[in-house]
Ligand binder design. Structure first.
Ligand SMILES: CC(C)(COP(=O)(O)OP(=O)(O)OC[C@H]1O[C@@H](n2cnc3c(N)ncnc32)[C@H](O)[C@@H]1OP(=O)(O)O)[C@@H](O)C(=O)NCCC(=O)NCCS
Length: 160
């Protein structure tokens, strides 16, 4: 199994596979109560938005074995606002491992590889989030050393 970082010049098969995984991730989160589903063509919109900054501010790393894509992790370097120190933070925005490939350490290797990509750019702090209903992902992140920090609350306007 190998992990490689995608460039904007990825081939069609790689692109198709990563879009399928991204969509599968949102389907998974949808089953766990995600309130903002992916729009039609949402996976392509996402990839189109991150690809121009590949290798600088955004990263998509894929795990491959026998020419099959088994998982991916995506991350973006952001800065905290000036009043919080303008610190650069590596956000792990998405991670997904194909169902049949779970429990083999791929997720852990993807997180470690993303962490190394951030560290290569001098970014030493990493953050991520998980749905409150995704207890498996929470346990996975805690196993990787992440510590739960704050909880996001949501409230929709009342309809008349
Ligand atoms: C979360 C996910 C990426 C983990 O990937 P994985 O390849 O199965 O994880 P690993 O095999 O690397 O597991 C690493 C450690 O995390 C822990 N872990 C992984 N999945 C777990 C689960 N479902 N429940 C509890 N602990 C879990 C394991 O204890 C493991 O440690 P161990 O080797 O000492 O047993 C994978 O389950 C997945 O794709 N889930 C669906 C998508 C998702 O929810 N993504 C997160 C939200 S963005």
């Amino acid at each position: 199994m190998e992990i490689r970082s995608l460039g904007a010049d990825m081939d069609d098969a790689t692109r198709t596979a990563v879009l399928a995984q991204f969509t599968a991730l949102y389907e998974h989160m949808g089953r766990l109560g995600l309130s903002t589903p992916l729009v039609a063509d949402g996976a392509s919109l996402w990839l189109g938005s991150v690809a121009p900054m590949f290798g600088r501010l955004t990263f998509v790393l894929v795990a491959e074995e026998d020419e099959q894509q088994l998982g991916f992790v995506a991350g973006t370097i952001r800065s905290t606002p000036p009043h919080l120190g303008s610190e650069r933070v590596g956000m792990l925005t998405h991670i997904h491992v194909a169902g049949e490939a779970r429990g083999r350490g791929l997720g852990e290797r993807l997180v470690r590889s993303l962490r190394a990509a951030f560290a290569d750019r001098g970014v030493l702090r990493m953050e991520t989030d998980a749905l409150s209903g995704n207890t498996q992902a929470q346990r996975f992140f805690e196993k990787q050393g992440f510590v739960a920090d704050h909880v996001v609350y949501r409230l929709d306007a009342e309809r008349s």
